[in-house]
Write a new protein. Structure first.
Length: 361
């Protein structure tokens, strides 16, 4: 997938992408009866930096040959199969709000599933950082567009607002619109490298044979098999969860607990033997899948106030800060006197920070 700036010669190709999406009226708050001129004028507004996503020409020729198709290089511009997506980048607001970026993406319907939206999002985030923006915000994501919402969350966006019934869906009626936000002040992930890393990591449920490794992992990170969370003690070595393996070797652990009639799931421990290797993200994804399979509506976890690396990580994964449990560790320490007083960077451990993801979004 290649990205290149759009120019006036690309207007036919852009219209071929915009028209079916606008006419469907399911994902964009744009008039469904807009003409070509009106749509192009909006998309190529002077404040918009417009880019195109092109498939590799070699891949097009190979696929065409495999199907027995005629060569496509002489097709009219509006029908060229190599241009499959377009996006614009702009400042979300003027003046004091101009440091936040906003972007809009459209993919040609017959190219859905080819990775264009993911590639354009990656490119727009990198481009926004190049231009000096400090964050990216999407302020009208239609909630019924579940594929897009899930993709943006995988890219590190969090749902920070909801406008009930703000979008008139042509078949579903009044539908919520979401505000999604992601900081650009944390390093961007190379998606190709991350994908290769995820493929190299194997995630499987904890089995009885793992007990020795599970206990060793808990001792390494928590110095105990008993883990306290929100004032409750969990025997983590007896909990269900997942093991991560890399090249057949133990690489990480996640334990979890279903509570309150299985309507929500709490992640009790999460650890990885390598940082920035994709193991933690893969384990969290497995936990979310487990929670959905058990009918949970919500998954949540806590970390202590000293663990700033964990707080950044969870937010990059799309988890939302939901509550500060001030002083709860101090209260538990009265019951467990040998609990450490200080944690990372010499910070005194006093509070628990709760993060969540709603699985119905």
């Amino acid at each position: 997938m290649r990205m290149r700036p759009a120019n006036e010669a690309d207007d036919d190709a852009i219209w071929a992408i915009l028209e079916p999406n606008i006419r469907a009226g399911e994902t964009w708050a744009l008039p469904r009866d807009w003409s070509r001129a009106e749509a192009i004028a909006y998309w190529r507004a002077s404040s918009h930096e417009v880019w195109l996503a092109e498939r590799d020409e070699g891949a097009e020729r190979d696929e065409g040959a495999a199907r027995g198709d005629a060569a496509t290089s002489h097709a009219p511009t509006s029908q060229r199969p190599d241009i499959i997506g377009t996006y614009f980048l702009r400042a979300a607001q003027l003046g004091p709000g101009a440091h936040i970026a906003n972007a809009g993406y459209m993919v040609r319907p017959d190219a859905w599933g080819m990775g264009a939206a993911s590639a354009m999002c990656d490119h727009s985030l990198a481009r926004a950082r190049e231009r000096g923006f400090t964050a990216m915000q999407y302020y009208f994501v239609v909630a019924s567009n579940e594929r897009a919402v899930a993709l943006w969350q995988r890219k590190g966006f969090a749902i920070v607002g909801r406008s009930p019934g703000a979008f008139q869906h042509p078949t579903l009626g009044p539908t919520d619109a979401l505000v999604m936000y992601r900081s650009l002040e944390v390093p961007l992930v190379d998606e190709a490298q991350a994908a290769a890393t995820r493929r190299a990591v194997t995630i499987r449920p904890i089995e009885p044979r793992d007990l020795h490794e599970v206990r060793a992992e808990l001792e390494t990170h928590w110095h105990s098999h008993d883990i306290w969370s929100l004032g409750r003690c969990h025997h983590a070595d007896a909990l269900p969860g997942f093991v991560a393996e890399r090249d057949g070797a133990f690489a990480g652990l996640l334990t979890l607990h279903l509570d309150q009639g299985n309507w929500q799931c709490e992640v009790i421990t999460l650890s990885s033997r390598r940082t920035a290797a994709g193991t933690g993200a893969a384990l969290l994804a497995a936990a979310e899948h487990y929670a959905r399979e058990h009918g949970c509506r919500r998954i949540y976890l806590t970390t202590t106030n000293d663990n700033t690396n964990a707080m950044r990580f969870y937010q990059r994964q799309g988890w939302k800060f939901t509550q500060l449990h001030a002083g709860i560790v101090d209260r538990v320490r009265a019951l467990v006197p040998d609990m450490p007083l200080k944690g990372f960077d010499g910070i005194q451990i006093r509070d628990e920070i709760e993060f969540e993801r709603w699985l119905t979004e």
